[in-house]
Design a protein around this ligand. Structure first.
Ligand code: KG4
Ligand code: ZN
Length: 359
């Protein structure tokens, strides 16, 4: 099964072709990602600039993905696009493009939930069996999710305020580092003294596996303000302290999440990490040690597949297509779309899932 996937929910314009074999394994035939550089000057993603940039380059990105896969649209079995959640202007561009291709090539459309794409990536890279525990940590989301089947997700924990990637980005901004902040903070932390500053670890020890990051963010800002003008060493030491706090928070929260998973669904086949923050090597290593200590294998897809790209959208499309789940050309772009309602683009929740009002 060959599927084209289009991703435009944030500041990456991306398209890819993947193949799903009958035995459920996957293969990436092409994966073209164009990151929009224009936002760096603003220290964050500007939605209008993002939408316009997607319009300008998406045709070319799709064409490149098809050429690299050595395929024409006629060879495909389906066209998938991320239909949300995300910045609505960009989502409209990607979904409309996918609809146009589906219409002209007479192929089924799959409107993919971007979070579901992150959730299913480990099946593309490692053929992980259900059920597994997912830690999704990106710029917009921080969730611990029980992945029970395609379209069957139960959220165990979430952030009460900022997303983890957002906390990295805000930390970078406070310290004068460029956007996106995650990789910058990670790099600076390698040169920093982790013992110089001690930052708080909100929620650590609490019985429910939720996150809260605004207190950590504020503590970092106050510490930075106390030390102005910041030297390079100050910046590195603050990054090391921030990342150290994040690691302790994440491993503690995941420990609780895994315990809760076991109580409700039995032993997971794996702990899977996804989202941009999962590209952080120190966080990956710490999670690996924690998972090992509770006899749960860690599956961490390669970093380029943890951040936003078209292959994960194409793969989620292929998984849905393999189960006969397709969408009509009426499918709507959505700014908000909770993962637990990812069963269909019209928002029908899977049976047994608790309805949620917000992401
Ligand atoms: O999944 P993603 O590419 O896009 C969203 O859906 O948000 O995640 C982007 C986020 C940004 O906040 C970025 O700073 C963060 O992931 N990120 C990292 C790292 N690489 C990207 N955070 C920590 N360490 C990294 N190495
Ligand atoms: Zn993402």
């Amino acid at each position: 099964m060959l599927v084209l996937g289009i991703e435009t929910t944030c500041d990456e314009t991306a398209a890819a072709v993947v193949r799903r074999h009958d035995d459920g394994t996957g293969e990436i035939l092409s994966n073209v990602v164009l990151s929009q550089a224009a936002h760096a000057a603003y220290g964050g993603v500007v939605p209008e600039i993002a939408a316009r940039a997607h319009v300008e380059v998406l045709d070319m990105v799709v064409a490149k993905a098809m050429v690299e896969a050595r395929l024409g649209f006629g060879h495909l079995d389906g066209i998938a696009a991320a239909a949300g959640p995300g910045l609505i202007g960009g989502v409209i561009v990607g979904l409309t493009t996918a609809k146009a291709i589906a219409l002209v090539a007479e192929k089924p459309l799959v409107a993919v939930n971007h979070l579901e794409a992150h959730a299913l990536t480990a099946r593309l890279t490692d053929n992980v069996a259900f059920p597994y525990c997912l830690f999704l940590a990106s710029g917009g989301h921080t969730q611990i999710v029980a992945v029970l089947d395609v379209g069957d997700y139960v959220r165990l924990g979430t952030t009460l305020d900022d997303a983890l990637g957002e906390a990295f980005d805000k930390t970078a901004k406070v310290l004068g580092l460029p956007y996106p902040g995650g990789p910058e903070v990670e790099f600076e932390a390698t040169r920093g003294d982790v013992r110089r500053f001690h930052l708080p670890r909100p929620m650590v020890g609490r019985p429910e596996p939720d996150f809260s990051l605004s207190g950590l963010k504020t503590a970092l800002r106050l510490e930075a303000e106390r030390n102005v003008p910041l030297t390079e060493q100050d910046v590195s030491d603050l990054c090391a302290a921030f990342q150290d706090a994040v690691i302790e928070i994440v491993t503690d929260r995941l420990g609780v999440g895994l315990r809760l998973f076991r109580e409700r669904f039995g032993a997971p086949t794996a702990l899977v990490i996804a989202g941009g923050v999962a590209a952080n090597q120190s966080i990956r290593d710490a999670i690996d040690r924690m998972a090992f200590s509770v006899d749960t294998p860690l599956v961490a897809p390669p970093a380029p597949l943890c951040t936003d790209n078209g292959a994960i959208i194409a793969w989620a499309g292929a998984e849905r297509l393999a189960r006969g789940l397709t969408d009509t050309l009426e499918a709507s772009p959505r700014a908000r779309w909770p993962l637990e309602r990812a069963t269909s683009a019209d928002g029908t929740p899977p049976s047994g899932a608790a309805p949620l009002d917000a992401q």
